[in-house]
Structures are given as C-alpha cells and as structure tokens.
Design a protein around this ligand. Structure first.
Ligand code: EZ4
Ligand code: CO
Length: 411
C-alpha cells in the first residue's frame, strides 16, 4: 500500500448509491478509490429517500470522480458553494454522505479510527439514552424499568395521552416504535391542551418510582408554542430533566427566548437542522443547551465539527439525533464524533432491527449505558450488498399530525 504522508495522490474512481429496506429504507453511498480503499456515507432522508439518491447519482457523483478523497475540506466547499443552491435537507444529506465516506476512506488509508482524525479520544464510551414508550403511564413505567435493566443511565420517556387515539413516538406493539410507516402517510391526532395536562403527571410518577439517579429526557416533537413550552418546562422543573427536546418549531429562532425566560429545564434542538445557520441565533444567544444535528442531515463531519466548536463557546453541548432512520453508517460516524469532541453531552440510541444490523455489519457496541465506536480503521461499518439487494425500497412516510379541529400541527 502507498504510504500516506508524503504519499502519491489517491483518486476517487467510482461511487454509487444503494437504497435498501431491511425493515425500513436506507440510502447508502459508497465511494471507491484507485487504491482499493472505499468509504461509506449515509444520506437517508426519512420519507424523501429517492430525492437524495437522485441528487447524488445524477448531480454529485459525476463531479467527484478523479478527485483526491483526502481533500475533505475542499470537496465539501466545492459541493456546498459550487452548487449555488445552498442548504436544504436534500442537498445537505447528499453532501453529508460524501463527506462521511471521505473520512472513512481517510481513516482506512491512515489505518486509524475516525475519532483519531477528529481530535482523538476525549472519553472512553459515550453516554446514550434509550426510548421508553407506553400506550399509557403504567406501560411507560414498565418500559423505563426494562431500559434500566438493559443498563441505560438515561431514558427518554413518552407515553400515550389520555383522550387521544394514537400519538407519534409511541410503539404500537411490542418493542420500539419506527418513525416511518410503509405506504402513504398515516394520520395521528394531537391536542396540546391534553398533552400539557398529562406530561408533568407522567414525570412525577417516573421520579417517584425510579428516584433521582436516572437521567430523564422528553421529546415534544415541535408541537408547542413558545409560551406553552415555557409552561411545560416550568412544570417539569421539580423532576430535573436532562432535557426537553424540540419544544417548538425552530424556524423562528427568537421564539426560544420566551421559553428560556420562563424555565431552567434544559433545551435540545436540531434534529431537522441541516446547517449551523439553522441554529446560529439559538446558540449565540444561549437559548439552547444541546445541539442535535447529526452528520447525515447536517452535511457531514466536516461542518459538524465546526458547529460543535462554535457551540462550545456558548456552553452548548452535543446530543446527536440517533433514531432508526439514521443508518448504522451514521451511528458509527456519530460515535467517532462523540468520542472525540470536548463538548459532548449525550447520544440518542434507538437500536436498529436485527435485519438492519445484518445488512450493515459494524464494530460499534453498547454496554452499561454507553456506546463505543470500536477501534477499526475508518468508521468500522460496512454494507453487505448481496443481502441489501434482497430488500428493495418500499414507499414509506412519517405520519401527519392533525389537531382535534382537523388543522395540521406545526410538525
Ligand atoms: O421524529 O427520526 O428524537 N427523535 C425523533 C425521531 C424523529 C425521526 C424523524 O425522521 O424525534 O423519532
Ligand atoms: Co426528536
């Protein structure tokens, strides 16, 4: 193999996209080089998968053939600035896949795990939170107990709301919930009034049963107005949440000032962000505590490292999105990132199905409430293409949520 350092320039020779659906859809990019080393990226955009696949195949891949895969900064800028049309979830998921694949190649070429390229180990293992859900309070409590038994030190708790048929984020059967559902979008109903009445009672019970030690988190899925979120945060203060997530849609960043003025419950935002500019005001005004943008949706590891360094100046820590629509490639990239950055907070973990894990063999692991990226060169994740081909794409969407009067919720 060529010695890297004073090395000959490696070249990207080929790249292609696989869309596979082992239980749910994933879009994976593979970039190959003239040295036989390849890298993987994830550009899964839940419910809009084929748009990103086309963006990559039709518009991005032809532009990167022949380039030096070590030039992560220049290639990122080339794809971001060069497109003229900046940002947006489709563009940034595509650029993110290229960037992550290039870091994977760089790690393999230098024979070192990606965390060493991002600053080296700042910690052994990263704290993760799991999802406890239940159709009502009692079932949610049972699921919290189950998560404690599995070793989790931090648990997100969601439950069905009395008076509402079905709620997003709650498992329908046994096991976890899956954000996307096959076929056309299903519809759920929503009432902020009923929700706000219920959630403080849920957390009062959780603290009563499980004590003060366990970290508790909650996701509002962008459904509240800022003043409603302020009320909820205030009522949750006695239960010392690790965070309250996505209390309100974040297009209006100054809306978060109202929440901040009313509560000390920490706030996490950013799973739908695709650029630092989506959260620039939130960070510099110290209106949030945790940034959730993950490498796949946020345009890759290159911009995410810059976002983390910017956030660090304002005491904002990371809390990367890690739902099942983020493929094992993104989970691996996130774990290398979490291991290396100084201002790591917590990492979301929604385990993938056994089917998905078989399609994406990986070296990361979970033990005693923490995850470990493994020490393989690069990301330490692969795609079994023959197995992936057995699961063709199937149309699937995130559900739609309507208020009781029929109008759509903000999200
Ligand atoms: O709704 O991943 O915190 N996790 C979440 C997820 C998201 C989905 C969107 O694709 O809010 O369930
Ligand atoms: Co969320």
């Amino acid at each position: 193999m060529v010695q890297h350092g004073a090395r000959d320039t490696m070249k990207i020779t080929n790249a292609y996209v696989n869309v596979t659906s082992p239980g749910r859809n994933f879009v994976r990019l593979k970039i190959e080089t003239d040295e036989g080393i390849y890298g993987l990226g994830d550009s899964t955009l839940n419910g809009r998968e084929l748009a990103v696949a086309s963006y990559l195949t039709d518009h991005v891949i032809p532009c990167i053939i022949g380039r030096d895969p070590f030039q992560t900064e220049d290639i990122w800028q080339y794809l971001y600035r060069g497109a003229y049309w900046r940002r947006g979830p489709v563009t940034m998921a595509a650029i993110g896949a290229v960037d992550v694949a290039l870091w994977d190649i760089k790690g393999k070429a230098l024979q070192t795990p990606v965390y060493n390229l991002l600053g080296g180990k700042s910690r052994e293992g990263v704290l993760v939170y799991g999802h406890a859900t239940g159709k009502d309070k009692d079932h949610a409590l049972e699921d919290v107990a189950r998560h404690k038994e599995m070793g989790y030190k931090a648990v997100r708790v969601q439950s069905g709301i009395p008076g509402l048929e079905a709620t997003y984020g709650i498992a329908k059967g046994a096991g976890g919930y899956e954000p996307a559902e096959r076929g056309l979008p299903s519809e759920y109903e929503w009432s902020s009034e009923l929700y706000l009445r219920h959630v403080p009672k849920l957390f009062a019970r959780v603290r009563e049963v499980f004590g003060d030690e366990l970290h508790l988190l909650h996701d509002c899925h962008h459904r509240l107005t800022p003043i409603e979120a302020g009320r909820l945060g205030k009522e949750l203060e006695p239960f010392h949440l690790f965070w309250m997530e996505d209390p309100t849609p974040a297009e209006l960043q100054e809306g978060f000032r109202i929440i901040r003025e009313h509560t000390t419950t920490p706030i996490a935002v950013g799973e739908v962000f695709n650029s630092i500019w989506d959260g620039h005001d939130l960070i510099r005004n110290q209106w949030i505590d945790y940034l959730r943008m993950a490498p796949s949706h946020g345009g890759g590891l290159t911009p995410l490292k810059k976002a983390a360094d910017f956030a660090e100046l304002y005491h904002v820590r990371s809390g990367l999105h890690g739902a099942t629509d983020l493929s094992p490639v993104t989970m691996a990239a996130s774990l290398h990132f979490d291991t290396a950055i100084h201002n790591f907070g917590i990492q979301e973990r929604m385990p993938h199905s056994a089917e998905t894990d078989a399609v994406f063999p990986h070296h990361y692991s979970f033990k005693d409430g923490k995850m470990f990226p493994g020490d393989e060169p690069g990301l330490g994740v692969d795609l079994d293409e023959a197995l992936a081909a057995k699961y063709p794409y199937q149309r699937a969407y995130l559900p739609i949520n309507r208020k009781l009067d029929g109008t759509l919720t903000d999200w």
